[in-house]
Design a protein around this ligand. Structure first.
Ligand code: NAD
Ligand code: DAU
Length: 328
């Protein structure tokens, strides 16, 4: 396939590109705005055409889309905490950006996969969300992602666009920016810095190893039914505190590093996705959480040159604002 991968220089997008090149022989163009989370290093050694630009920029999209058969859109602002303090970019990228991409897909009759999130369903105390569950987002991040999903669905309904939506649960693995729980805790543990747990630490997330999610998206791209939504959830769920204790075990850090800090406003208590529908397309998660977490800790331990420039740059200022303390 000749793919346009928007947001392909980020965490999941770059893992997806790596997988498509190695296992499917696709030709890939990446369109990425190269925000703080989008890094050329994530695509190092991969044979791709990289166009630096925003999905909200119609000229950049027209340039990047040349010769492509399908679009997979990962491009997004993805950190819930940032959506609470600075929501503007979330609205621009998710609403305007998705609209510009959909128009480009419609003009060229391209297949279009929107990468979305379990957060659009909101929080669930027991059981799991299905694709029929109502959208009930909590944060500016998830509300704008839900808005983008609705826009995608409208392009299917109104214009017959070959559009599909893939909703994933919490991803973890190599190349994840260390503002997110798992890489943040791994790097802090390796440095002997405090491990900031929000609230009581009993919020539950449904963890999926990034390679499994990437394969799920590939499955939907190749075999999904246009107009359909597919949930792609991980095989295990865990409260944040257990995740942090697992990281402490694998890094050999001390439990006294755990520090309970002010909770995130509007914090969702639990996410859980039922993934029967995508299993019907032949997809299955391959990596259980304990194994994936150990592999992830090893990757960060072995890839210092990847994260060192992050820990010494703007990230330090972000960290200080977010946690009210300097990194050690
Ligand atoms: P990320 O923050 O690591 O990467 C996002 C990428 O999008 C970056 O490369 C960034 O430069 C790029 N980008 C941002 N705004 C852009 C714009 N206007 N135009 C072009 N590029 C832009 O995020 P991620 O974790 O890899 O998430 C990728 C997608 O998967 C997102 O749509 C996210 O909502 C979804 N998702 C993430 C998770 C998760 O746990 N990380 C789970 C489910 C779904
Ligand atoms: O569920 C899918 C979503 O998962 C994606 O759509 C988002 O893009 C992605 O960022 C992620 O959102 P979360 O808010 O669940 O992820 P985050 O890593 O920010 O936080 C995971 C949990 O850990 C959450 O309950 C908040 C908590 N947390 C997070 C940080 C950064 C802490 O306790 N301390 C922290 O320092």
């Amino acid at each position: 396939m000749r793919l346009l991968v928007c947001g392909g220089a980020g965490f999941i997008g770059s893992n997806f590109v790596r997988q498509r090149l190695a296992e499917h022989g696709d030709e890939v163009t990446v369109l990425d705005k190269l925000t703080y989370a989008g890094r050329r290093e994530n695509l190092e050694g991969l044979e791709v055409r990289l166009v630096a630009g925003g999905i909200e920029d119609a000229a950049a999209v027209a340039d990047a889309i040349e010769g492509c058969d399908a679009i997979v859109n990962f491009a997004a602002e993805t950190h819930v905490d940032r959506s609470i303090t600075e929501p503007d970019a979330f609205v621009t990228t998710h609403a305007l950006g998705t609209y510009v991409l959909l128009e480009a897909a419609r003009e060229r009759s391209l297949r279009y996969v929107q990468v979305s999130t379990d957060e659009v369903y909101g929080s669930i105390e027991d059981g799991s969300f299905t694709e029929q569950s109502p959208l009930n987002p909590s944060s500016p991040y998830s509300a704008t992602k839900a808005g983008a999903d609705l826009l995608v669905a409208s392009y299917r309904h109104t214009f017959g666009l070959e559009a599909l939506i893939c909703r994933g649960s919490n991803n973890y693995g190599p190349y994840q920016y260390p503002e997110k729980l798992i890489p943040l805790m791994i790097l802090n543990a390796l440095h002997g810095d405090k491990l900031p747990v929000y609230g009581d630490g009993m919020q539950v997330r449904n963890w999926i190893f990034v390679e499994d999610f990437a394969r799920g998206i590939g499955t939907v791209l190749e075999r999904g039914e246009p107009g359909e939504v597919y949930n792609v959830g991980g095989p295990d769920e865990a409260p944040n505190l257990d995740v942090v204790k697992g990281i402490i075990r694998y890094t050999g850090a001390d439990e006294s590093l755990i520090e309970y800090v002010t909770d995130r406003p509007g914090h969702d208590r639990r996410y859980s996705l039922g993934s029967e529908k995508v299993r019907g397309l032949g997809w299955e998660a391959r990596t259980r959480f304990a194994e994936g977490l150990e592999r992830t800790v090893s990757w960060y331990r072995d890839n210092r040159p990847w994260w060192e420039p992050i820990r010494s740059g703007d990230y330090r200022a972000y960290y200080e604002r977010q946690y009210g303390r300097a990194l050690g």
